[in-house]
Design a protein around this ligand. Sequence first.
Ligand code: NAP
Length: 283
Amino acid sequence: MTAEDMDGAAVAATMFENLKADVEEFVQRFGRRPVLATVLVGDDPASHTYVRMKANRSRSVGIDSMRIEIPAQATTDEVVARIRELSEDPSVDGILLQHPVPPHVDGRAAFEAIDSSKDVDGVTFASFAKMGLGASGFHAATPGGILALLDAYDVPLAGKHAVVVGRSPILGKPVGLLLLERDATVTYCHSKTRDLESIVATADIVIAAVGRPELIQGAWIKPGAVVIDAGYNPGNVGDVEYTKAREVARLITPVPGGVGPMTIATLLRQTVAAALEREASPA
Ligand code: NAP
């Protein structure tokens, strides 16, 4: 069997087209555009690139973006104060804090300065709790994008064994909770997991969320499995040994062009939802 690629770029492109129409309708109804504030702390070149990509994509669907750059030497208090201002700014609908922040800044404190009604990247405790309890709210963007991609390919989740490799707060942990909410049987693996290979070999759905090039070998994949590779390593290499895994899987995400575009699409969809919510119940 040779797997079909899960074309996240194409699925996201459809989402962007739909969002464009939603934004135009929003403009007609409310006489303004949704606004996404992106906050960048420090000079990390990769973070600059990510923020630029997100701003360009926002513009392409008609969302205004407000870019806030905070110097690398800023203290936690200064970062928190700036984000609180955005939380209180009535012209801002959504806030994205690009992570990681410099090591001397308390990233959790910075996230918690985001008002939960503007947490379109789904990073606050409040968003995480709502997601974990199956209440409506904003999903962490990459996990939300992964679920949207699985749905776009009609992948059945109920009763399936999903193995999530990685348990970070922004990716592994939340994607497992979203799969559990959809009635998958979820196993988490991490750096202390013993015999990763034999656990992955039992998975109907593999979610790779580690950040180690080709850690998950093609030979481990159960024939017919669905393989989602959220990892991104230098040189456009994922966490899964793509060419080998493709020979046995049913569906597989390429890197790049799989999960990445779905993350941005989810972020922007949630920004439009936040703007609509604010218009429906103004503060
Ligand atoms: P992270 O915070 O570094 O977490 C990595 C996770 O992998 C940890 O839970 C760690 O376990 C686990 N791990 C490390 N070595 C392992 C091993 N040998 N076997 C099993 N598990 C192992 O990383 P992250 O932020 O979740 O990101 C993971 C990857 O996803 C990165 O490549 C990142 O670039 C990519 N990413 C992509 C997107 C996107 O939009 N496409 C978004 C976010 C992240 P412990 O908890 O035990 O340390």
